[in-house]
Design a protein around this ligand. Structure first.
Ligand code: HEM
Length: 449
């Protein structure tokens, strides 16, 4: 057992306050700035503790394990989760560890690998509809189109709704709500919540609109148990296996909203980046196309995923280079050890997913796109904590199987039908909350013969 009190604090990051502020607000590449200046566990203090809590940023696989892999309650939800909770109510994403456990027990069965297979049809058909909307030959915007695909498939899978022409409106509401929460969460000093601001009013109105769509669906499912909305019915039927308690309607609405919010931009970014990067690597793209062609012309289903090993490797490599969640935060509620340093209670701990995915000590030629890093033989030798797009430990992503299935079916469906050539050399991003493309991401598409 380590005597935590005897450990030193992590070294203070030597950057100036201005440089630190810029790095922390730049949630992806800023991590590398912090690490290069201060090491893989680095302490940041923006001012007196009563004004801004100390921050420790962690970028090493072993340090990340010490934060996310713990099975005690020392690492809690942080200001990011609190801001989301304030706007969107008690959902699985925001609940503190104790009230979270029964909710997780009730929801987990809905998201198991076998259960998410039921949504495979929506996922493949949304991607097929996209291919049919594309010209035989011409320019498209991968960013806009992948967002539509993921919104359509999420709407159908999560809410049981054909969003049709409402897709863009719903996506805009979600964007307004998440940009507001992220902006507040990332300020070292925040205005009080009671202060009315236009941004707050817009975010509240967006949540009210989203809740109303979700609440209508819940009522419709209560009234008609045969309605084709399996996830809503599953939440209505879900109970905590230990207490037998079901989930209150308001909390079901909160969870449905958070699934839409946590599942949309993230999955869209993974798919957009994968298509863009394939558009620069015709050899890799041909290999994916050849693998998918083996399946034939019919709809691609979850049963086919075992035959799409290389396509999955491409997606892993896309998630490594462009992790849709660039980092996650935790609040230390008691002192604990991270890589031999003491993290004090009251510290905001930032886990740098982006930086560990590009760490030159963990990945040879980290900036190179090379799906063979994820071949079964190479992957076996890897540290579990150096590739964490869905985080890790008990509070890892509940939608992981869902997202993996969706991106695999969509990528396979699109590459089987269309050849992609990326027009732009760069993939610009912004990180309002999760990482999203700063579109347009242009590509020339041509129907495959
Ligand atoms: C490529 C797609 C996705 C990525 C990269 C991703 C990533 C993550 C990460 C890193 C976390 C941990 C966040 C934290 O601890 O603060 C998380 C949590 C979560 N994700 Fe995802 N996610 C994806 C898709 C989805 C989907 C499709 C859903 C739902 C349908 C979803 C629902 C959630 C929820 C509810 C949590 C909170 C889990 C808990 O605290 O128990 N995510 N996700």
């Amino acid at each position: 057992m380590t005597d935590v009190s005897a450990l030193p604090l992590a070294p203070k990051n030597p950057l100036s306050i201005r440089q630190l502020l810029r790095a922390v607000r730049n949630l992806d590449a800023g991590q590398e700035v912090l690490r290069d200046a201060g090491g893989t566990v680095t302490r940041i203090q923006f001012g007196p503790k009563w004004l801004a809590p100390p921050v420790v940023a962690v970028f090493s696989p072993s340090g990340i394990r010490d934060v996310l892999g713990r099975n005690d309650a020392a690492a809690e939800r942080c200001v990011v989760h609190e801001e989301v909770q304030h706007l969107g109510g008690d959902s699985l994403f925001v609940l503190r560890n104790e009230p979270w456990l029964p909710r997780k027990r009730a929801l987990q069965p809905v998201f198991t690998k076998p259960n998410v297979r039921n949504f495979g049809g929506h996922m493949s058909r949304a991607a097929q509809a996209l291919c049919e909307s594309w010209p035989d030959s011409g320019e498209v915007d991968l960013d806009v189109d992948c967002r539509r695909v993921t919104m359509r498939s999420l709407g159908r899978s999560v809410l049981g709704l054909d969003l049709n022409d409402r897709e863009d409106v719903i996506a805009e509401h979600m964007h307004v709500a998440s940009a507001y929460t992220a902006d507040r969460a990332l300020r070292p000093v925040r205005a009080p919540r009671w202060l009315p601001t236009p941004a707050r009013a817009r975010a509240r109105a967006a949540v009210v609109a989203l809740r109303s769509v979700t609440a209508d669906m819940l009522q419709a499912c209560r009234a008609d148990p045969t309605l084709d909305a399996p996830l809503v019915h599953a939440l209505l039927a879900a109970t905590d296996p230990e207490t037998g308690r079901s989930i209150a309607d308001d909390d079901i609405i909160n969870d449905l909203l958070i699934f839409m919010l946590a599942g949309h931009d993230t999955t869209a970014t993974a798919l957009t980046y994968a298509l863009w990067v394939l558009g620069h690597h015709p050899d890799v793209q041909d290999r994916v196309a050849a693998e998918v062609r083996e399946i034939g012309d019919r709809e691609i289903t979850p049963d086919d995923v075992s035959r799409l090993g290389y396509t999955v490797q491409v997606l892993h490599e896309a998630l490594r280079l462009c992790p849709p969640a660039a980092g996650v935060g935790r609040m230390a509620v008691s002192d604990f050890a991270v890589d031999g340093y003491r993290v004090q209670a009251g510290t905001l701990v930032l886990v740098g997913i982006y930086a560990v995915h590009r760490d030159p000590d963990a990945w040879p030629n980290p900036l190179e796109f090379d799906p063979d890093r994820f071949s079964p033989e190479v992957a076996k030798a890897r540290d579990r904590w150096q590739f964490i797009p869905f985080a890790g430990g008990s509070r890892s992503c509940i939608g992981e199987h869902f997202a993996r299935l969706e991106t695999t079916l969509a990528l396979a469906t699109i590459i089987r039908a269309m050849e992609i050539k990326s027009v732009d050399d760069d993939f610009p991003v912004e990180v309002p909350f999760t990482t999203v493309a700063k579109g347009p991401i242009r590509a020339e598409v041509t129907t495959r013969k």
